[in-house]
Design a protein around this ligand. Structure first.
Ligand code: FRU
Length: 534
């Protein structure tokens, strides 16, 4: 977490209006503040299809749920500045996970009591008793971070609070009569509750990030919580504080076997520095999460297993209440990193989400892995597809010729055949001489992304000083890449999402060409270029 030392004055004046659920949606001013400078920013850096708030600061995705044909996304939001500030829950909705509509702020802080990360559930059986009529309560459980207490030197300034909505998540009321629902026992980092319904044990289950571990709680009514167990103190990555956990049961692809997955974000100490998202696979008896024995060996060997090996996918968690007829497990992350998120070169808004991803659990070589891929809904925005077969050559090989397609919104897919012990580099470039490269080193067995020449990078020493790497399991004979490009981001899905790397970049003009090179020649069997219209 960041320092909360200096609250801007605007915060205190905005407190006057900090009442939740008091403004109808239509009455809210959705003004898009566009200054002369921001116009350039808009054109260059405002993503085409990754969600960004119109103005202000955003970090973690929060409280995502699906209901009545609508995907809800809330997020850590500071509307009055472009760096982290007093946290609200911003709100956006989508019918297809790709096109987002920003709605009025859902939950406001009161005084110095900030609304930190958390989750929301659809309480369809009214277990909470919050509905007095026929409504279905949507219950949000989040951390209330008491800034004043923190400033006074207390350590129990993070408690778990509840707010609820009786109109499908559009307006919210804090549960003043019962908050906090979990009281801090005297621990400094005690936050980010993720609640979901555990169908196997017929209980609400909560995972909470508590310094260097995850705590498990259960409830029958969302209001009274019983502590169950701890996990993780001695396993996985511990380079920083554990934040934003997630926990769910998932079927192993192609079988009827079910396992439990614990996602556990941490900052710093991520795969390539700064913020990162690790996961664990195991079993849950309704009380204790036990790591799968084979997976435990992998965690020990690799130190941690990551959802994404790029620098820019943090605080990611999954949607609640996806209907079983759909059955997907849908994930979204904050496409940035605490190492430099507050310095990236945009001023009107700062940062975006990743593309929503479907995650699956596979079993391969006797071990479990999460794979992630962009949600299928993105396909409906493909306006033109070009396929080339057997693209081969030595030296620099043009894959997408200068200006052929608009690379600020595109999906490029290609496979490599007959890979030698060599490095295969793919380069996005522009006329300003800037370039972003990524690829596979098949001698030392890793994937990489290098944004050191990709445009602006002097805003933070940590942004481009190292090449990001994802270790591969031995030499690859062939490789399949799917990359999603949206102005300032690349999301690389390798071998059907077995390894993912997400990174942002800030060229001074858009990239217009993609080339490939390797000393021993590049051989691509199938190269598919998809233009998106969005
Ligand atoms: C993660 C995090 C959370 C916290 C929130 C505050 O990025 O530090 O632990 O709830 O951000 O904005």
């Amino acid at each position: 977490m960041k320092s909360t030392k200096h609250l801007p004055l605007v915060f205190f004046s905005s407190l006057l209006f900090s009442v939740i659920g008091c403004k109808p949606y239509s009455a809210i001013d959705q003004t898009n503040v566009v200054s002369a400078k921001a116009t350039t920013e808009e054109q260059l850096y405002r993503p085409n299809f990754h969600f960004t708030p119109k103005k202000g600061w955003m970090n973690d995705p929060n409280g995502m749920f699906y209901s009545n044909g609508t995907y809800h996304l809330f997020y850590q939001y500071y509307p009055d500045g472009n760096v982290w500030g007093p946290m609200h829950w911003g709100h956006a909705v989508s019918k297809d996970l790709i096109k987002w509509e920003e709605l009025p702020i859902a939950i406001y802080p009161d005084n110095q009591k900030l609304i930190f990360s958390g989750s929301a559930v659809v309480d369809s059986k009214n277990t909470s008793g919050l509905a007095k009529g026929k409504e279905t309560p949507i219950v949000a459980i989040y951390t209330l971070h008491d800034k004043e207490k923190e400033t006074q030197g207390a350590i129990d300034f993070e408690n778990q609070d509840m707010a609820y909505s009786l109109d499908n998540g559009f307006t919210w009321k804090k549960f003043d009569e019962g908050n906090p629902i979990i009281k801090n026992p005297g621990i400094r980092d005690f936050r980010d509750p993720k609640v979901s319904w555990d169908e196997t044990h017929k209980q609400w289950v909560m995972v909470l990030a508590v310094q260097d571990r995850t705590q498990f709680y259960k409830s029958s009514n969302l209001k009274n919580w019983e502590y169950l167990s701890d996990f993780g103190k001695d396993i996985g990555a511990h380079g920083g504080v554990w934040e934003c956990p997630d926990f769910f049961q998932i079927k192993v692809e192609g079988t009827n076997e079910k396992k439990w997955v614990l996602i556990q974000n941490l900052n710093p100490g991520g795969a390539n520095g700064g913020s990162g998202t690790q996961y664990f696979v195991g079993d849950f008896d309704g009380k204790t999460f036990t790591l799968d024995a084979e997976f435990a060996k992998r965690v020990t060997a690799e130190k941690a297993v990551w959802v994404d090996y790029g620098k820019d996918n943090y605080a990611g968690v999954t949607w609640n209440n996806i209907p079983s007829s759909d059955g997907r497990r849908l994930f979204i992350g904050w496409m940035s990193n605490w190492d430099y998120g507050q310095q990236v070169p945009t001023t009107t808004w700062r940062s975006s989400t990743t593309i929503p991803r479907e995650i699956k659990l596979i079993k391969k070589e006797n071990n479990y892995s999460l794979i992630s891929n962009p949600v299928k809904e993105i396909k409906k925005y493909v306006s033109k597809t070009t396929t080339k077969k057997n693209v081969k050559g030595k030296g620099r090989l043009s894959l997408v010729a200068e200006g052929k397609i608009d690379l600020t919104k595109a999906i490029i897919e290609f496979d490599l055949k007959n890979i030698k012990q060599d490095t295969y580099t793919f380069t996005l470039s522009n006329k300003a001489g800037e370039s972003l490269s990524f690829g596979i080193n098949n001698s030392d067995n890793y994937l990489f992304v290098d944004r050191s020449k990709a445009g602006k990078n002097d805003f933070s020493e940590k942004f481009a000083s190292t090449i990001s790497k994802a270790a591969l399991n031995g030499n690859q004979k062939e490789a399949v890449f799917k990359i999603i490009l949206d102005k300032t981001s690349i999301e690389i899905f390798y071998n059907n999402g077995e390894k993912v790397m997400t990174e942002i970049f800030f060229p001074t003009e858009p990239f217009t060409e993609i080339s490939a090179s390797s000393n021993q020649g590049v051989e691509i069997y199938n190269l598919v270029t998809n233009q998106l219209t969005i």
